[in-house]
Design a protein around this ligand. Structure first.
Ligand code: BGC
Length: 444
């Protein structure tokens, strides 16, 4: 007989999905990403966010209904600075009303809201002042946070200050695929410092307004594995880990911004962490390559034989989530998985990916690591930045022309997990039989 049982998660565990303003709302012409999308060659296939999932037009209601009916008890969304402060000296109260309505909408559906204050986007006027390169952004961001939190704190007490400073800095200032499209390490490090300081300022602004608030960043964790034991590969993996994963949270711990070649004390950052949000998708193998200065002297790839997503963007590596959580645990605060998911329009690999990652998460939680919740990326297909609409991360699919939602099998799989607060052998057998023996091994 096949083994059966249930891996149960801690009581009160948060089960939700995550989204971000620009990716789902649609029609925001005052945003850095809108302008970026109008430039030729910036987005794959010339795609633009357009109406996206039409949340600004009100379709958040039907999507929240879907999430609630699928037994999710939490949702992570972001608010757009460019809508709330369209000009330096103008606040748009109607935009705040709209976000207030969304948060009330979540509360009415018995879903705990988590709000991200910066998710890759700024108002155009901020970009015109030099964006994150200009130190002035720290106070400007703090003003925005004050205004937004004052308005929304009756409905929310979990705040993510900045989403993935590591990915933002890398993509916007090293790889050049996010606006402003620079490729300059020195500027990248300056921006990173400004983001640490902006996080610290925001942390205190929020706590002054709402002492019971829970505030943290959402960090993208990437395991960098040296391709061989050769010193070059090991050194490259270590440097990437230090700069990409460690730099931001270490500074919040030690007050020392240590970017190997540039060091700076930021004492006000110490202790500005109530939790860490962890975004985990997969790891990379790294091979040192002296002839690739443009790629920071490395070649990155997935190991041969990896199970890959539809466009080869993500590999199914659930053990990496254990490394990620163990890495996060060293900072001594509770952890929340704020993103995890896979692009898969046909829902071929997603059920297995979800089940294997949640099984890995259960294992690490049972090893006494405090993880408070899991937010799957994403509720519904949305605009995937420089990759446009070519990648589909939603539990629900989206037909962009008709705005119809397509129910993928993973909706029901995830609903079973949320409802049970656990992973049952029945669920695994039903949705990902090929993952069964790995998750429920028989004794013999
Ligand atoms: C970002 C999301 C994005 C997801 C999948 C994360 O890096 O926070 O905005 O959609 O990855 O690409």
């Amino acid at each position: 007989m096949a083994p059966f049982g249930t891996y149960t998660f801690p009581e009160g565990f948060l089960w939700g999905t995550a989204t971000a303003a620009h990716q789902v709302e649609g029609h925001n012409h005052n945003d850095t990403w809108y302008a970026w999308e109008q430039e030729e060659g910036r987005i794959l296939n010339g795609h633009t966010a357009e109406v996206a999932c039409d949340w600004w037009g009100g379709r958040w209601r039907e999507d929240f209904d879907r999430a609630q009916a699928a037994h999710q008890n939490a949702h992570r969304l972001s608010i757009a600075w460019s809508r709330i402060q369209p000009e330096p000296d103008r606040w748009d109260e109607t935009a705040l009303d709209r976000y207030r309505e969304m948060l009330i909408g979540l509360r009415n559906r018995k879903m705990v809201p988590m709000v991200t204050l910066h998710h890759f986007c700024e108002p155009l006027w901020v970009a015109e002042m030099g964006g994150w390169e200009n130190e002035a952004v720290i106070e400007l961001f703090a003003d925005f946070v004050k205004k937004a939190v004052e308005a929304l704190m009756p409905y929310c007490s979990m705040w993510v200050t900045i989403n993935e400073p590591d990915v933002f800095v890398y993509s916007a200032y090293v790889d050049g695929v996010f606006p402003p499209g620079k490729k300059d390490l020195k500027t990248a490090m300056k921006v990173m410092q400004h983001m640490v300081r902006a996080h610290a300022r925001a942390y205190h602004v929020i706590h002054d307004l709402q002492p019971e608030a829970q505030v943290g960043p959402a960090l993208h964790y990437r395991g960098f594995k040296p391709a061989t034991w050769l010193p070059g590969d090991r050194w490259a993996a270590k440097v990437f880990h230090t700069l990409f994963n460690d730099l931001f949270p270490r500074t919040l711990k030690d007050g020392l911004f240590n970017a190997i070649v540039a060091k700076e004390r930021i004492p006000e950052a110490v202790g500005t962490l109530d939790f860490i949000g962890l975004n985990y998708y997969c790891n990379d193998m790294l091979r040192f390559n002296l002839f690739a200065p443009k790629d920071l002297f490395v070649r990155m790839y997935f190991p041969k034989g990896s199970e890959l997503s539809e466009n080869g963007f993500i590999a199914n590596q659930p053990a990496g989530l254990i490394d990620c959580v163990q890495w996060g645990a060293q900072y001594g605060v509770p952890l929340i998985i704020t993103e995890n998911g896979i692009e898969d329009s046909q829902d071929v690999l997603r059920p297995k990916y979800i089940l294997e990652h949640l099984h890995a998460l259960w294992r690490v939680i049972n090893n006494n690591t405090p993880v408070l919740g899991y937010f799957h990326w994403s509720l519904v297909d949305n605009f995937e930045w420089e990759r446009g609409w070519t990648q589909r991360f939603g539990l629900w699919g989206l037909n962009l022309e008709t705005q119809a939602r397509i129910r993928r099998p993973s909706v029901d799989l995830y609903a079973e997990i949320c409802q049970l607060n656990g992973i049952s052998s029945e669920t695994v057998g039903k949705y990902a039989p090929d993952a069964f023996s790995g998750i429920f091994p028989s004794e013999s």
